[in-house]
Design a protein around this ligand. Structure first.
Ligand code: KIV
Length: 287
């Protein structure tokens, strides 16, 4: 078992200082967390993408703190060496700092070692309150999916000079407030680099080019399970959706033709018990 990844061990990682890029992937249950951990992934994000890739919604706005805690607990039960970060869902950190801390505490009690929230400078009071309660915070700027309605869709951010500089200012403010890492999503490569160069905590990119201090992808995208949307930035490393459908089809065929289960896949009585029931030799066909 590899050493546990901790918040301080992540906080100091910068590629420009010679560190290897950080690897983060989402997971939402114990088998997913075990796979990620066995693969040597540094951080597991229990993302609110849960809403879309597991629960079948069209955006992330539908999941609640209870949903996130339920899935965070499942991930934590796998006892991964990877750092477990849980997303604060929409509206769990928008109303008051008290609500924010209480909601984050529910995720920590479920097994998260840190929480992630979306937004830049306007989230500073929430970030400060969380840190005050000893809850490590990962920031998330750029394309923030919880703002889908405000942004008018899932759109690349920071394309204009002013917007790019605003992202740099957001990143600096989040770092200054104490975020240990910042996800930078859906921005041009150049903006990913600009933000990364501007701060001393690691940036974790998704659709932000290769210049960040790490990368994060959604589990179902990497493994080819989610087939409704395939963003440009996703690289698929398996086709589990296709393979799984093929496997389930083969199972259905075997059941329908009587090829499954075989004698080796069945329990059998000892000969004397079978005889006492008047059964001799191999079992009679069911029909
Ligand atoms: O919920 C999620 O999966 C995320 C990643 C896309 C960063 O926030």
């Amino acid at each position: 078992m590899s050493a546990r990844t901790t918040v301080p061990s992540v906080q100091g990682r910068k590629v420009r200082r010679g560190d290897v890029p950080l690897v983060m992937v989402t997971a939402y249950d114990a088998p997913g967390a075990r796979m990620a951990d066995a693969a040597g992934i540094d951080m597991i994000l229990v993302g609110d993408s849960l809403a879309m890739v597991v629960l079948g919604y069209d955006d992330t706005l539908q999941v609640t703190v209870d949903d996130m805690a339920h899935h965070t607990a499942a991930v934590a039960r796998a006892k991964p060496s990877a750092l477990v970060v849980a997303d604060l869902p929409w509206l769990s950190y928008h109303v008051s700092v008290e609500d924010t801390v209480r909601n984050a505490a529910a995720l920590v009690r479920a097994g998260a070692q840190a929480v992630k929230l979306e937004g830049g400078r306007k989230r500073l009071p929430m970030v400060e309150a969380l840190l005050d309660a000893e809850i490590p915070v990962m920031g998330h700027i750029g394309l923030t999916p919880q703002s889908v309605n405000a942004m008018g869709g899932f759109k690349v951010q920071g394309r204009k000079h002013d917007a790019a500089l605003a992202l740099v200012e957001d990143a600096k403010a989040l770092e200054h407030a104490g975020c240990f890492a910042i996800v930078v999503e859906g921005v041009p490569d150049e903006v990913g680099r600009l933000v990364t160069d501007a701060i001393d905590v690691p940036t974790i990119g998704i659709g932000a080019g290769p210049g960040t201090d790490g990368q994060v992808l959604v589990f179902h995208d990497v493994l080819g399970i989610e087939d409704r949307v395939l963003p440009k930035f996703v690289r698929r490393y398996a086709e589990l959706g296709v393979d799984g459908t093929r496997a389930l089809g083969a199972y259905a065929d075997d059941v329908r033709t009587g090829a499954f289960p075989s004698p080796a896949e069945s329990y059998h009585l000892k000969a004397d018990e079978a005889e006492a029931l008047g059964l001799y030799g191999s079992p009679a066909p069911l029909a």
